[in-house]
Design a protein around this ligand. Structure first.
Ligand code: ZN
Ligand code: ZN
Length: 169
């Protein structure tokens, strides 16, 4: 887990701190599948801006997640670009809007923040490619490797009867 000890960063009102930090990313669960950040440690740009009323934290990084394709279960990779922003008021007075959840005992938890920020960027489905054909619903084979079908399904007899009737009229 990557944290930043804010006691080591002394800022006066109006001052800004900017540094590159290596952030350890955590694995994700999405749709019951597990996705791993590769590499697990990514360089992130951390910016801290101090104002008289509070502090703004900004985190920017790129990450790549590896895991199974939602449709065919083959390997899939997803690139995400994250630009996250948090605010901590000097005197939040118990208002949750005015404080960040990632700050405790003067330590900023970059790993948890990065994980939540990635989660906001994730699509509903992670696919190996946008037009992935998925698995055959009949035999379970990968339709990307072996495009095939199992013939026309039986026509619905009610419609067939109706069509016959129409021909007679
Ligand atoms: Zn796929
Ligand atoms: Zn099949």
């Amino acid at each position: 887990m990557t944290t930043v000890d804010l006691r080591t960063i002394k800022l006066r009102s109006g001052e800004q701190f900017r540094d590159e930090r290596e952030v350890q990313l955590e694995p994700f669960e999405l749709g019951g599948q597990r996705y791993l950040p590769v590499p697990q440690n990514v360089p992130a740009e951390l910016t801290i801006t101090r104002a008289s009323t509070g502090t703004v934290f900004e985190l920017r990084f790129d990450a790549r997640l590896h895991g199974p394709c939602f449709r065919c279960l083959d390997d899939a990779a997803l690139d995400v670009h994250v630009e996250a922003r948090e605010y901590q008021a000097a005197e939040p007075g118990g208002d949750e809007e005015l404080q960040t959840a990632y700050l405790a005992d003067n330590k900023l938890d970059l790993s948890t923040w990065a994980r939540d920020a990635i989660a906001l960027e994730l699509p509903d489905k992670i696919l190996c490619r946008p037009d992935c054909a998925g698995l055959c619903p009949v035999c379970g084979k990968n339709l990307n490797d072996e495009p095939h079908d199992h013939g026309e399904p039986e026509p619905d007899s009610r419609w067939a009867a109706l069509a016959e009737l129409r021909e007679k009229l």
